[in-house]
Ligand binder design. Structure first.
Ligand code: FAD
Length: 399
């Protein structure tokens, strides 16, 4: 029997990564009429991603491993990624004119290495007759008997379905709350951290690869690994972003800091001991610089008033302990997060109130949530965008 196709009027609030992507996919059905609301150009939030290269995703085939990168959303995303994961995303992007490649560290980028190019390609698919882009800020969303009223700064509209895709900084949380949803408290995530140890301030620009860290706050412990970057008065880089994401709800302060112990070398203590024994005529600075950048060793020597040019044979027990600790167990204290440095927002619409098989609200029929407005956030590496692509896809096949 032939199925009757029903025309659907769909509003998407927010034309960022998830909203724009959902519009492209929903527009494939000619019976859908889509209105995309945003005061910004579609996909413009992609511009700074991946340092201008747009880190689209991460090449991990095992979904159970993949979801471990989401401090919030891990369980919810399991079924989402099982249905629309990395490979399907890459293949769909290819169909949309964005071919991708996998970098050595498994992060996935467009072949053009350009977020401008990704924006251009994706935007071209919005120039179809059944998508209308309205440069209007949505002020309110009201549930009506057979649909929704959307009130913008200019006028009001009526729709059968509404998709809220306002990201971590928009006011979609307020709309969701007014429509009866619980909002998990919002917190900055993936931020640089303020550090109280002043001697690291001189190391701005210095990076360490594959650092292992143990962070402790109250009784909570986080073990992480990643690259570390010293910046002016703070520390940053993937390692610190991981710590900041895991500790997003820990309110550490000057009085009650988060302690971070860093292992800054991949050598062993035995290697250092041997170097000390076998290079007795070399200076302390030269021997320890075999295991970490000289600028770092100099900063430690200066901080602890150790004579850099003294022969290693003359090193005192206490001095050796300080330097070994500086390599294997440097203890620093995070007193807060650098304001406005966050890349994503932890918290958002409670996932218990969203159906992971459809992205539809369990409380309001016809209302959908996708992207960062939900209580989903991830480490760096392409995971935040992947959850946008996947939730947008699931929503698009469910409406
Ligand atoms: C500097 C930076 C770099 C990043 N790099 C990466 C990366 O390389 N890889 C990765 O995976 N993730 C990255 N992220 C995170 C990623 O960009 C976000 O997780 C993602 O964009 C979230 O998508 P979204 O669709 O939920 O929201 P957004 O992309 O933020 O889009 C939300 C849109 O909604 C609009 N909006 C909000 N409220 C309203 C309203 N009331 N009416 C109308 N429109 C409204 C906004 O104007 C915005 O355009 C980065 C983030 C930043 C800040």
């Amino acid at each position: 029997m032939e199925q009757e196709s029903i025309s659907k009027n769909i509003a998407i609030v927010g034309a960022g990564a998830s909203g724009g992507f959902a519009a492209i996919l929903l527009a494939k059905n000619p019976y859908n009429n889509i209105v995309l609301f945003d005061i910004k150009q579609p996909f413009s939030t992609l511009l700074p991603t991946g340092g201008g290269r747009c880190n689209i995703s991460f090449d991990e085939k095992d979904v159970k491993e993949f979801v471990k990168n989401y401090p919030r959303g891990e369980k919810f995303l399991l079924s989402v990624f099982s249905r629309f994961g990395v490979d399907k995303t890459r293949s769909l992007f290819k169909d949309l004119g964005v071919s991708t490649y996998i970098q050595d560290d498994k992060r996935i980028f467009p072949t053009s290495n350009s977020s401008v190019d990704v924006i251009r390609q994706l935007t071209s698919h919005l120039r179809v007759s059944n998508v209308s882009i309205k440069k209007e800020l949505v002020k309110d969303i009201k549930k009506k008997q057979n649909g929704f009223e959307i009130i913008t700064e200019k006028k009001s509209y009526f729709f059968d379905y509404v998709v809220i895709a306002t990201g971590g900084r928009g006011n979609g949380f307020d709309f969701a709350e007014k429509l009866g949803h619980k909002i998990i408290e919002k917190k900055p995530s993936l931020s640089a951290l303020d550090i109280s140890e002043k001697f690291i301030y001189s190391l701005s620009g210095l990076t360490f690869k594959s650092v292992r860290a143990k962070a402790v706050f109250m009784k909570k412990k986080y073990n992480v690994e990643g690259d570390l970057l010293f910046t002016h008065k703070s520390i940053s880089g993937p390692l610190i972003f991981k710590i900041s994401a895991l500790s997003a709800y820990d309110d550490f302060t000057k009085e009650n800091p988060l302690e971070i112990a860093l292992c800054l070398t991949d050598s062993s203590i035995d290697c250092v001991e041997n170097a000390i024994k076998n290079n007795s005529k070399k200076s302390i600075k030269n021997v320890f610089s075999m295991f970490a950048p000289e600028s770092y060793i100099n900063a430690v020597l200066q901080e602890y008033n150790i004579d850099a040019n003294k022969q290693i044979a003359q090193i005192k027990k206490k001095e050796k302990e300080v330097l070994i600790d500086a390599l294997f167990n440097l203890k620093i204290h995070a007193t807060g997060r650098i304001k406005d440095s966050e890349i994503v927002t932890a918290g958002g619409v409670d996932l218990n109130e969203i159906n992971s098989k459809t992205m539809e609200s369990k409380l309001v029929n016809g209302l959908y949530f996708i992207g960062e407005v939900m209580n989903i956030d991830a480490f760096t590496g392409g995971f935040n965008l992947q959850s946008c692509w996947s939730t947008a896809f699931i929503c698009s096949i469910s409406i």
